[in-house]
Design a protein around this ligand. Structure first.
Ligand code: MCA
Length: 517
């Protein structure tokens, strides 16, 4: 009987046991540290045996908030290998966020950095978690110490294809994050489609410079390389100059638009530097047509933009193979094989090409729902099983998806989703605050950032600096409004709804030069 464990499929792509393949370099870090395929196999076996030794219940969640490292990636693979559910958490999350995630997911194991061990372990033990380990990006911490005593032989746990492999929290307009439940089949089916669609081939080398606590870096980039048995050049953090230096040794790069605009600011980014490259993929936020065009002129390569979500992994992509078509700047490309996508209008009617409506999707890559939120899940699916993405777009006359906006009040900042409702909720709870509005405005580096507008209660005075300082103590740094203003009132329409569009217009040029008036 087939073992539907995603790790089994990834492991099958490692070099053959016979010969020297397994001793070849699988991962080379920016500092020149090398890990062979055998190192990955042994380390994931030892970590899987450590998890197995804890006598965890089936479906146990392994929550991980650690700095990016090869060992952190191995912990992800070991969690799959052992048949448990991986729960990656953004390293920027603070106590308020972590307390919510641990309370909601009730992980059996929490792995955190040693600098956060004090407060994270307290929250974890209070929530009933019995196992808390530390892991740092210098390969220190209790997790590896304990794993070092475990066997490096491990039989990959047998799972059914719809068994959970990961939970990824994604916020929503209501502000409370929801755990998107992704199965082994969701992840493997998508990785297999992308493997063919992007032409992964022998000898490919991936530059991995994304965080591994979100879909882009943890699934799209990592699974792409591993499912192809490809070497990765592994960056712990993104450094544009260092990435440019490594381009001649690689063939594939994936990034959010901010990474591309930062690479363009590097004088070393030339056609010669990119001569060995064959594929540049962008996603997680809209790629400006200017970036698409300048990249093409500068490097001779056309960026392949794709569209996905935490709930669905990848849905559409611009074509890579010429016979499938040409990449079209400003579009999210064509629907991926196996995915059904429709654009619907009022009442759920499917719209013809070029008419703008809500994007709905179905496919083996689409999640089963939100963790312990059956009602919320039911709201997000149509009667015939399409998932309502919350994004708004149209299919153009060539079949390319053009995303024109988001029905959710969402800001995508440097590739991270920022939900105004969450931040507004915290500001509104502050003493003296009557109401607030967080709006997204263009930003040359992050694409879009939040600006907070706050109204004080009658007779109260509020200080913008204090508001930001209080938010910084509670929330991830990327969510903190880049500017905060106290206003007499917020603009409202006849229905009394805050007109965020007017606020966006009023503050639109705060970070960008306005060319020509
Ligand atoms: C850092 N800062 C940010 C952001 N990142 N502010 C707004 N938005 C951001 N994204 C701020 C920090 O708060 C800090 O401010 C200052 O910048 C420096 O922080 P640092 O961490 O050093 O920043 P960085 O290293 O320059 O990070 C920028 C970055 C990072 C490399 C673009 O944001 C990044 O890796 N983004 C990729 C996110 C990603 O992987 N998205 C995929 C999600 P202060 O000093 O004031 O605190 S998956 C997804 O979206 C879907 C499913 C998909 O289709 O992929």
């Amino acid at each position: 009987m087939i073992n539907h464990n995603l790790f089994a499929a990834l492991r099958a792509a490692f070099p053959a046991e016979s010969g020297t393949g397994m001793d070849q370099t699988a991962i080379e870090t920016e500092h020149g540290l090398r890990y062979s395929w055998r190192d990955i196999d042994r380390a994931t076996a030892m970590l899987a045996n450590l998890l197995a030794s804890l006598a965890l219940p089936a479906g146990a969640r392994i929550a991980v908030q650690v700095d990016k490292s090869v060992e952190a990636m191995m912990l992800y693979l070991a969690t799959l290998r052992a048949g448990y559910v991986f729960l990656p958490l953004n390293t920027a999350y603070q106590t308020a966020e972590i307390e919510y995630f641990i309370g909601n997911a009730e992980p059996a194991v929490v792995v955190c950095s040693s600098k956060n061990f004090g407060w994270v372990s307290k929250l974890a033990f209070q929530a009933g978690t019995q196992n808390v380990f530390t892991l740092d990006d210098d390969r220190s911490g209790s997790l590896l110490q304990r794993a070092a005593q475990c066997s490096d032989q491990h039989e990959v746990a047998r799972v059914a294809e719809d068994d959970l492999a990961a939970i990824l929290y994604t916020s929503g307009t209501t502000g409370r994050s929801k755990g998107a439940m992704l199965s082994h089949r969701n992840l493997l089916s998508n990785a297999q489609v992308l493997h063919d669609y992007w032409g992964w081939k022998r000898g490919d080398v991936l530059i991995h410079a994304l965080p591994i606590f979100h879909v882009h870096g943890l699934f799209v980039a990592l699974h792409g390389a591993l499912l192809n048995g490809s070497k990765m050049i592994w960056f712990l953090t993104f450094d544009a100059a260092a990435v440019v230096k490594k381009l001649p040794e690689a063939t594939v790069f994936m990034g959010v638009p901010t990474l591309y605009s930062r690479l363009l600011a590097e004088p070393g980014l030339t056609r010669e530097a990119c001569a060995n490259m064959r594929l540049f993929v962008a996603g997680s936020a809209p790629l400006l047509i200017e970036t698409f065009n300048v990249w093409q002129q500068r490097t001779g390569h056309t960026i392949v933009e794709r569209y996905g979500m935490s709930e669905t992994v990848m849905l559409t992509s611009n074509p890579y193979h010429p016979e499938a078509g040409q990449p079209r700047g400003g579009t999210a490309g064509l629907v991926l094989p196996g995915v059904s996508l429709q654009v619907t209008g009022e009442g759920g009617s499917v719209l013809p090409d070029n008419e703008i409506g809500g994007i709905e999707v179905k496919g083996p890559n689409v999640f089963s729902g939100y963790w312990r939120m059956p009602e919320k899940t039911a709201e997000e699916f149509t009667a015939d099983g399409f998932f309502k993405t919350g994004d708004v777009g149209r299919i153009d006359e060539h079949g390319y998806l053009v995303i024109v906006g988001r029905s959710k009040d969402l800001i995508i900042s440097g590739g991270y989703n920022v939900y105004p409702a969450e931040i507004e909720g915290y500001i509104n709870d502050m003493p003296g605050v009557l109401e607030s509005a967080l709006v997204g405005v263009p930003h040359p580096d992050f694409g879009e950032v939040g600006i907070a507008l706050v109204v004080a209660k009658a007779g109260c005075a509020v200080d913008a600096g204090r508001i930001v300082a209080e938010l910084k103590a509670k929330l991830a740094n990327f969510k903190i409004p880049k500017l905060c203003f106290v206003l007499q009132e917020l603009p409202r329409n006849a229905m009394g709804k805050v007109q965020k569009n007017l606020l966006r217009e009023q503050y639109r040029t705060r970070f960008i030069k306005v060319v020509g008036g």
